[in-house]
Ligand binder design. Structure first.
Ligand code: ARG
Length: 576
């Protein structure tokens, strides 16, 4: 509906100029709102700002504008009535024309027309699980949110570079090697590599308490790894590949891909030059044997950023600094987003603080996109959650829900997977990302609720209404011949208005890196339709012109739902 607003702004600005005010569009834009009640019209323009310059009351300006604009209504079929009410100019649209405009737009495939991202690059660092550790809920959130933000930006014309910054380097690999060589078991590793490696890692920590000598063994192994020792490198590669293979299975289930899987190790040979650069800039200081950079000038309550440990080893922070320098060289990004938990805020303040102290022009283009925690997902062992178990459980519960539906077993399997994955993904995206939330199996799978399956069910319903129309009338009506004046119910008019806002909603979701804005919009759309439908109204009836109007609106709704679900990464089952 942007162009309707734009049209009104244009017309009003033109008239104001004739009244001899130097009004600019942005003033009109600001003054144009919605009237308090819909019976007053679709838009209301308060005429206060121009009163002073014109030395006239706002009411007389409104009356003047109403008179001049009413004369031109004939030229603009979209506008039905323009009237002054006190200081306001109220504008009513022709709802049939609006419906035509909005629905044709939805069906033409041009849901998102503006492409503000042309020529711009956004790098998104997301998912980024750790090798030899389970892919947990935090990584699920990062994956789901990061992938959604990436799709949304791509839709707006940005070049998006998704990077999986695997945790595949660091002193913990020394521990893992030491542990593997003492207690590792080939067969268990083959069956469940991550679970086994993680077990070894936990055991190492336990035994290290009793035998501090192990600490040195681990250090030596990490040193060998850093020095390129053959045995150490081979082991590292095996651990990494086995972990990646498990991660890949999850990505495939979620339909997520990356432009690059560049883990921390990828930047290993850039650590030296990075530290040198920091040293040359004169900001590297010694502190208790370690090398640090102070950042409190930019982030007052943040302690110094560690660059090198006392033993000379690099850290998570150092590797992030090397990584962003590398990414800048390669992509000259307009934005660099880090999608990780809110508990890493301090880490990113340190990293960004160093960039600022280096006076790098792109420091302000880097942003941490944090998210809260999800509580209450059941676990396999102790406090750890294995994501695959979560998806498996979701699929099983969905299978259960569809037990008595008429379909073949393989069909049922496919749809249950879509519903299960969709339920988990949508749950994650339906809450404001920064908030903590709690997970509840029953709630996320409710078909009648504000859930992924609820949305999925709505689109299945819309598809089957379309099929029913086809059965009765043979072919779908061309939108040009639809009689839009037959859509009279306020619920349907409301739907039209909401459909017209899709593009705007996607923009807002992009701007605030908040997929929940899109999720909630889709839920509201679905609610609007379902309320109408369950009030006993029929979409397909004997009344051919009415059915044609309603089913065409349903097609537009379906197009928007499918587009939004695709952006979020929620699959669309064909049957439920
Ligand atoms: N591997 C890290 C973790 O699991 C997340 C990495 C996030 N990305 C980054 N560039 N630091 O906590």
């Amino acid at each position: 509906m942007n162009e309707i607003r734009a049209l009104i702004v244009e017309l009003v600005t033109e008239q104001l100029v004739q009244l001899k005010v130097k009004a600019d569009r942005s003033e009109v834009e600001k003054a144009l709102g919605r009237p308090p009640t819909p019976d007053l019209g679709d838009y209301a323009l308060g005429c206060f700002v121009w009163a002073k310059t014109l030395r006239r009351s706002p009411a007389s300006i409104a009356a003047d504008l109403a008179g001049r604009l009413s004369e031109r209504l004939g030229e603009y079929p979209l506008l039905r009535e323009i009237a002054a009410v006190g200081p306001y100019l109220n504008i009513r649209l022709d709802s049939a024309q609006v419906a035509r405009l909005v629905v044709e737009r939805c069906l033409s495939g041009g849901l998102i027309e503006r492409q503000p991202g042309q020529g711009k690059t956004v790098v998104i660092d997301f998912s980024s699980p750790n090798v030899a550790k389970p892919f947990g809920i935090g990584h699920l959130r990062s994956t789901v949110i990061g992938a959604a933000i990436g799709r949304i930006y791509r839709e707006l014309g940005y070049q998006v570079v998704g990077i999986n910054h695997l945790g595949d380097w660091g002193t913990q690999f020394g521990k893992l090697m030491a542990a593997w060589l003492s207690w590792g078991d080939e067969e268990t590793f083959r069956e469940q590599p991550i679970a086994h490696l993680y077990e070894l890692y936990v055991r190492f920590h336990r035994e290290e308490e009793a035998d501090p000598g192990l600490t040195q063994v681990a250090r030596d192994w990490f040193k060998r790894l850093e020095d390129g020792d053959r045995q150490a490198r081979d082991l590292w590669r095996r651990f990494r590949e086995a972990s990646l293979a498990e991660f890949e299975r999850i990505y495939r289930r979620m339909g997520v891909r990356f432009e690059h899987v560049w883990g921390e190790a990828f930047y290993e040979d850039q650590i030296g030059p990075t530290v040198e650069r920091i040293r040359k800039a004169g900001i590297l200081e010694e502190s208790e044997g370690a090398m640090v950079v102070r950042v409190e000038e930019y982030y007052p309550d943040t302690s110094p950023c560690l660059i090198l440990r006392a033993d000379g080893a690099s850290l998570y922070t150092t590797r992030d600094i090397a990584a962003v320098l590398d990414r800048w060289e390669r992509f000259h990004f307009d934005r660099m987003l880090y999608v990780t938990g809110a508990d890493q805020a301090d880490h990113f303040r340190k990293v960004f603080g160093v960039l600022k102290r280096l006076q790098l022009p792109f420091a302000d283009r880097c942003e941490h996109v944090p998210f809260g925690r999800i509580h209450g997902i059941s676990t396999r062992k102790g406090t750890l959650v294995f994501l695959e178990d979560v998806f498996d459980r979701a699929r099983e519960l969905s299978l259960e829900l569809m037990r008595d539906r008429e379909m073949t077993d393989p069909e049922r399997e496919v749809e249950a997977e879509r519903i299960g994955v969709g339920a988990v993904v949508f749950f994650d995206l339906s809450k404001e990302r920064i908030k903590d939330s709690s997970f509840n199996w029953e709630a996320i799978l409710q078909i009648t609720g504000r859930t992924g399956p609820g949305l999925q069910y709505t689109q299945v319903r819309l598809k089957s209404l379309q099929a029913r129309y086809l059965e009765r009338f043979g072919e779908l009506p061309a939108p040009e011949v639809v009689r839009w004046d037959l859509l009279r119910e306020p619920e349907l008019m409301g739907l039209v208005r909401d459909l017209g806002e899709y593009e705007q909603v996607v923009f807002r979701a992009a701007q605030s890196y908040e997929p929940a804005i899109l999720s909630r919009y889709l839920l509201d759309l679905a609610d609007g339709f379902n309320t109408f439908y369950s009030s006993g109204q029929r979409i397909v009836s004997e009344d051919a012109p009415l059915s044609a109007a309603r089913v065409t609106l349903c097609r537009a709704l379906l197009a928007v739902l499918l587009s939004g679900m695709r952006l979020l990464g929620v699959p669309a089952p064909d049957r439920m």
